[in-house]
Design a protein around this ligand. Sequence first.
Ligand code: GLY
Ligand code: MN
Ligand code: MN
Length: 441
Amino acid sequence: MIKNSTEKLDLEFALRRARLIESMGEGVAIIPTSPEFIRNRDSHYPFRFDSYFYYLSAFKEPESVLFIIAGAEPKTVLFCRDKDMEREIWDGFRYGPAAAVTEYGIDEAYSINQLDEIAPKLIANQAKLFYSLGADAAWDVRVTAWLNQLRTQARTGVSAPGEIVDVRKYLDEMRLYKSAYEIETMRQSANIAAAAHQRAMQFTKPSMMEYEVEAEFLHEFYHCRAQAPAYTSIVAGGANACTLHYNANNAQLRDGDLLLIDAGCELDGYASDITRTFPINGKFSAAQKDLYELVLASQSAAIAKVSPNNHWNAPHEAALDVLIRGFIDFGLCKGSPEEVLETGSYRQFYMHRTGHWLGLDVHDAGEYKDKQGNWRMLEKGMALTVEPGCYVRPADNVPKYFWNIGIRIEDDAVVTENGCEIITKAAPKTVAEIEALMHDD
Ligand code: GLY
Ligand code: MN
Ligand code: MN
């Protein structure tokens, strides 16, 4: 029998289910995994489980759905694909319901083919349904059919849940606080991505194509057991870096330009998200160094604010303050720092925010504001990116010296008792580190 995990890991996932049951109080939760998507004809995109489903089950197979029942007799019920020797010869191993119970610590498991028969019985007479209505239209239709079926049985004393609650309300909050296991997995994911950035710096030479450098990332990711890139890699030479979501990755790298790479991997479900910007020929020009040092200083100021007792926006405000003063010094923005902030003229060069939650999703689950509409406080165990940048497109009001330079520096942080741990620090970052590494041949 193939083992999915250690006993300790089983406990991690069982605890998550127990915590959801406690939050629910009573009722039934339905959490389906993702559908499979066709790429063309009978070829599929690589399957990626739904993050909420995986968070609660650790189960990676498609065509699965988890029911969690809270109340006096709590239980977890998984529906999954049957064992099927014929299909397994073509597509590979499947657990089947019996092994899913023993290997994943689920209370009961049934064939996905029995879902429409058993689901209404699990929902019947429950006071509340916890379900993410609107997340998937096909599941909405199916769940609605079960509810309608129960409503037709009213005269036999069967009732449908009177209240539907978005289960993400509870799961988003749980996912925001990473456990020791999650942090360790994120460290490993970050280490792989950091090694890939280092590899790319050592590999890059003028005249190469962006996709050749992208291939170095894929090599390092898969070589180190990451299951996928966490998002489409951005490998942007020169002016391409000023397109924030550039991912054509098909241009030739020019001597004298910078190369911005935003690439991270997914390891056991957890994303890393790193950006590094470095000179294609291994040496920063004066203008590139001016802006690079500014972005790096703004990132240091932001990282210093990633700490309990600071609110979510404090790192962004700190980064913005440093960037705005630099933009004024370099003649990119006019006026006092207060005026530049007030008018938003800095947005010509810095138009995104300084980070996002990070976890199972690269832009992870979790609210950024509290119920009163204030930025929420940072707390131990939260994971986020810190990613200021500067993007200078040619324009009449901009010194030519800086034209077409795009820089972003992005690290991943986990909030600790007194500050934060930068889990991506193995990726070279200072001018001296990058230049030394690139000339180390
Ligand atoms: N790579 C996506 C982001 O940095 O937000
Ligand atoms: Mn990011
Ligand atoms: Mn990124």
